[in-house]
Design a protein around this ligand. Structure first.
Ligand code: PBG
Length: 324
């Protein structure tokens, strides 16, 4: 086909044509909404670097979960900020830990909502790293046990899915094993398989109060320059028992999402992270960009690249925009 027989503009003429031939369609069905749980009563503290997002105590979380459910959002991803942090991150697997309480509360009040829990230690450790520190370094194998205990305690509290994000080698196998030993073989694992050491997590670290107190996360999260390594990381997770794989961040890593889609047949999640959200919020606030259009274009691009599941702070706004 060539011009003038082919004219691409014929099917772009108006919105009805465009709707008919659109290749990528968004829906509320693929959205996961991240939320931040904090102890206390009647806390709804705005996260300065993430306008529209809050740290919330249990009653506000439950309300937010109800609203998300009413909008048709199928799943939440929960993070917790404990009252006290320590060297070992013990708050992560405490029976009455903040995430465990949040899961129970949401489970009770909004039973029909999927609750996914982030399995990591950085929100719970005083040093802010994702694992146990010895001799100034995050110890891989010692951390695996703690991650496994954390996942188990979250599932015992009622989590439907666990999502390990610490980037420790062997974490999926360790979690699969402890769940299976406890007759929880039907609980799926959503693995943050290709998680990069990204500057786009900046706002989240304010939200979760989880910035590392020394050094950075480059000794465990992936080098942004690598693509083949992402495929190796995902393969390992698939072999260890991941049910859903993830690429994170999303927008600067669309090539990785696209490759993962081609090379694996498991459901693929993409995390549209805090920095991707905050950049657009900030530009919109300055009047430099149209927030709704930029949001829709961003998530369309992530889906077009091949993601099945979209984890995004815009989940509610998207659900409303899609219902219009
Ligand atoms: C925990 C974790 C992080 C994010 C999700 N889980 C932060 C990090 O690794 O530093 C980032 C999410 C976001 O930026 O929206 N390890």
């Amino acid at each position: 086909m060539q011009f003038p027989e082919y004219r691409g503009r014929r099917l772009r003429k108006n919105e009805n044509f465009r709707r008919l031939v659109r290749e990528t369609r968004l829906s509320v069905n693929e959205l996961v909404y991240p939320l931040f749980a904090v102890p206390g009563r009647d806390v709804k503290k705005p996260i300065a670097s993430m306008p529209g997002q809050f740290q919330m105590s249990l009653e506000h979380l439950a309300k937010e979960a109800r609203e998300a459910h009413a909008l048709g959002i199928p799943a939440l991803l929960l993070f917790g900020i404990p009252a006290k942090k320590d060297e070992q991150g013990t708050g992560a697997f405490a029976k009455d830990g903040i995430v465990q309480q949040a899961v129970k509360r949401i489970r009770n009040e909004v039973p029909d909502m999927l609750v996914i829990t982030d399995v990591c230690l950085c929100e719970y450790t005083s040093h802010g790293h994702c694992g146990i520190i010895e001799k100034g370094e995050v110890q891989n194998d010692a951390t695996l046990e703690v991650l496994a205990e954390t996942a188990l305690s979250q599932v015992k509290a009622g989590a439907d899915v666990v999502a390990p994000s610490a980037m420790m080698d062997g974490q999926i196998a360790a979690i699969r094993e402890i769940l299976d030993e406890n007759a929880l073989e039907n609980i799926p694992i959503m693995a943050y398989s290709a998680k990069y050491a990204s500057s786009f997590y900046g706002p989240f670290r304010e939200a979760a109060e989880s910035a590392p107190q020394f050094g950075d996360r480059k000794a465990y999260q992936m080098d942004p320059a690598n693509s083949d390594e992402a495929i190796r990381e995902i393969s390992l997770d698939v072999n260890e028992g991941a049910d859903i794989i993830m690429v994170k961040p999303a927008l600067p890593y669309l090539d990785i999402i696209c490759r993962a889609r081609q090379e694996f047949d498991l459901p693929l999640a993409a995390y549209n992270v805090s920095g991707e959200y905050s950049m657009i919020k900030a530009a919109a606030k300055l009047g430099w960009i149209d927030e709704e259009k930029a949001m829709l274009e961003s998530v369309t691009a992530i889906k077009r690249a091949g993601a099945d599941i979209l984890i995004t702070y815009w989940a509610k706004d998207l659900a409303k925009a899609l219902a219009k």
